[in-house]
Design a protein around this ligand. Structure first.
Ligand SMILES: Cc1cc2nc3c(=O)[nH]c(=O)nc-3n(C[C@H](O)[C@H](O)[C@H](O)COP(=O)(O)O)c2cc1C
Length: 184
């Protein structure tokens, strides 16, 4: 095959590669189908997103490309890993704004993954050292987590009563609104 024919074939392959074709996702027009998945980083000191995250996410942003943020906790009780970002307070929302702006400046689209760890937690992460909340009072077996040398011994959870569930749903609702506010 001549060099020019080879180049033509390569161009055709690129043009038809489905990953690189546009996709309409609701009101978002993605220019390709490569999505950055949520990747926990544990670099948001005291659950406040840091300025260095603007650099991290903007380096991974592409025009019309979708990024899903690292899992972001919806409340104090939702925490189970050190230094994961939150999105329940005004300070956190303000901190997210510069990160989102940096992604938007490159034409990227960013969604926040909102998160409650349930019983994957210990007393030390919980307000007033209370029991982590869950759908069950059964305790998880210890697990080795990233950023830890020893398996984590989870604290026995408290099973939520049915009438407490709307409060958690509301925390998710507020977190979603906060994420939209950060992206305005
Ligand atoms: C370091 C690390 C952190 C991760 N953090 C999250 C997270 O915050 N939320 C989530 O839903 N998945 C998380 N994942 C799962 C990745 O999103 C998943 O590995 C990725 O989508 C690729 O899928 P695969 O592992 O099934 O190939 C994490 C994975 C790794 C390796």
């Amino acid at each position: 095959m001549k060099e020019s024919e080879c180049a033509d074939t390569q161009t055709q392959q690129q043009e038809t590669m489905p990953l690189l074709t546009p996709y309409k996702m609701g009101r978002f027009n993605l220019s390709h189908r490569l999505v950055m998945p949520p990747l926990t980083r544990q670099r948001s000191w005291n659950n406040i997103p840091q300025p260095h995250a603007a650099l991290y996410y903007s380096q991974r942003a592409t025009k019309g490309g979708l990024i899903i943020t690292e899992a972001t906790v919806i409340s104090e009780a939702a925490r189970g890993y050190k230094d994961t970002p939150g999105i329940w307070s005004k300070e956190q929302v303000e901190a997210w704004k510069s990160i989102v702006d940096a992604v938007h400046a490159k034409g990227g689209i960013i969604f926040c993954q909102i998160w409650h760890v349930g019983r994957v937690s210990t007393y030390e992460y919980q307000p007033n050292g209370q029991a982590p909340i869950s759908s069950t009072s059964n305790v998880l077996k210890p697990q080795l987590q990233t950023n830890a040398d020893e398996p984590v011994k989870f604290s026995p959870p408290r099973r939520l009563s049915t009438d407490e569930i709307p409060q958690i749903v509301n925390e998710f609702r507020l977190a979603a609104r906060n994420a939209m506010e950060a992206g305005k």
